[in-house]
Design a protein. Structure first.
Length: 408
């Protein structure tokens, strides 16, 4: 496939999840032309560590019924029709990075669960990511059976049966399973067709209050930038509701952590620019991932320091809190391990990790009784009654997804 330049702002976010080394980043590269592992440690270790992002525009050739990311059909050479632009959120598959996957799930409108055909199914993080999609509420799912080029037809068929057995009797029982070779670009047309058919564009209400999840923040000024060229800090993420325009004033909560203190200061900023990758916008609505150029001092946005925050019009966001009351559902077994070990009940004083929207933070169990869970958080978060949360417990010295709940 020949990559086509970005045409329009993406209208939805598709998560890419699954076990480590099952080819998630390779699949995103095949669909978008972008290798999402951009950080030095990711390149050195050959794995996704941070959330990765890439956009793609999808086209359809009516002459030969072929789907691609090119305005010129790679199959017959004919002209194609633009169908949709999407953002992909590439989540880490390693067991120790489960919290980052949960943070990414907060902005997913649907997901691809990538499963390699050359390993038995399910692998531990395949089970864990599958469960995470359920508890966060990501129900639009396409299962991608990758690496079919490195196994025999018989093994591919057996792996397909293992996948179907894994989802049998679950919310994803009818999810399509699409065999591909991401490395060789095989069967991507059918995968794109299925993504378009099975992951619908969310309904939008332009009159709703603007709310944005912040899942990245950074300083774009390179060393040696002159004062005249100096630019304010950038926050990146996805708009959940409403519309954001250049010139708008926004509030970011809980805000910036004061150095050396457990105190967070709310931030107010003016929007100076909006981008979807290199595509400049005058206004942005829900769907896709955007970067928001602000007039903030870049020292408060550098190194993802605002990740987990909410952004909205001043005075419209809920107040940050460090106390959560949850209608909790605790797993009986550790689904992210091969042994599927039995879990002990939650204990008062136990430390857990909680995923609340885009925020990931530690917490201490204050009360757990008959599915009622009270947690004291290590830092403030912004949340709303009825929001879905997930939490992890330390099992065998690693944080594992072990439960979920609804905020009261």
């Amino acid at each position: 496939m020949v990559l086509e330049a970005q045409q329009v702002k993406p209208v939805l976010n598709i998560g890419v999840v699954g076990h480590v080394d099952h080819g998630k980043s390779t699949l995103v590269k095949a669909l978008t032309g972008v290798w999402t592992a951009r950080h030095s440690e990711e390149i050195k270790r050959g794995m996704t560590i941070k959330l990765g992002f890439a956009n793609a525009s999808f086209f359809h050739c009516e002459n030969c019924d072929y789907y691609s990311n090119s305005s010129k059909c790679p199959n017959c050479g004919g002209e194609t029709k633009f169908i949709r632009a999407v953002s992909f959120v590439d989540s880490p598959g390693h067991e120790v990075l489960m919290a980052r996957m949960l943070s990414g799930a907060a902005v997913m409108d649907g997901a691809m669960l990538v499963i390699a055909a050359n390993e038995p199914t399910p692998q531990p993080q395949t089970r864990e990511h599958f469960a995470a999609l359920d508890v966060i509420g990501v129900k639009n799912l396409v299962i991608v059976q990758n690496k079919v080029d490195v196994v025999t037809p018989e093994r591919a068929k057996q792996n397909y049966k293992e996948i179907k057995q894994m989802v049998a009797g679950t919310w994803a029982e009818k999810a399509p399973v699409i065999p591909v070779s991401a490395l060789r670009g095989a069967n991507l047309s059918e995968l794109i067709r299925t993504l378009i058919e099975c992951i619908p564009v969310p309904k939008k209400d332009p009159t709703a209050q603007m709310k944005m999840y912040v899942i990245r923040s950074f300083d774009i000024n390179k060393p040696g930038t002159s004062p005249r060229e100096f630019r304010g800090g950038v926050v990146g993420g996805s708009i959940v509701s409403g519309v954001l325009r250049i010139g708008d004033e926004i509030e970011i909560l809980p805000g910036y952590k004061v150095d050396g203190k457990q105190v967070y200061e709310p931030l107010t900023a003016t929007v100076e620019g909006l981008k979807s990758e290199d595509f400049e916008l005058q206004a942005a609505d829900p769907g896709g991932l955007i970067g928001v150029q602000t007039d903030l001092d870049p020292s408060v946005t550098k190194a993802d320091s605002l990740v987990g925050s909410f952004a909205g019009k001043p005075g419209t966001l809920p107040k940050p809190t460090t106390e959560l009351t949850i209608e909790a559902h605790v797993f009986q077994r550790v689904i992210g391990t091969k042994e599927m070990a039995t879990l002990e009940p939650l204990k008062t004083g136990e430390q857990i990790v909680v995923a609340v929207g885009p925020a990931i933070t530690s917490g201490i169990v204050k009360i757990y009784k008959k599915n009622h869970l009270d947690v004291k958080l290590g830092r403030p978060v912004v949340t709303e009654t009825g929001a879905r949360i997930a939490f992890a417990r330390k099992v065998q010295d690693k944080w594992r997804l072990t439960g979920y709940g609804i905020l009261k």
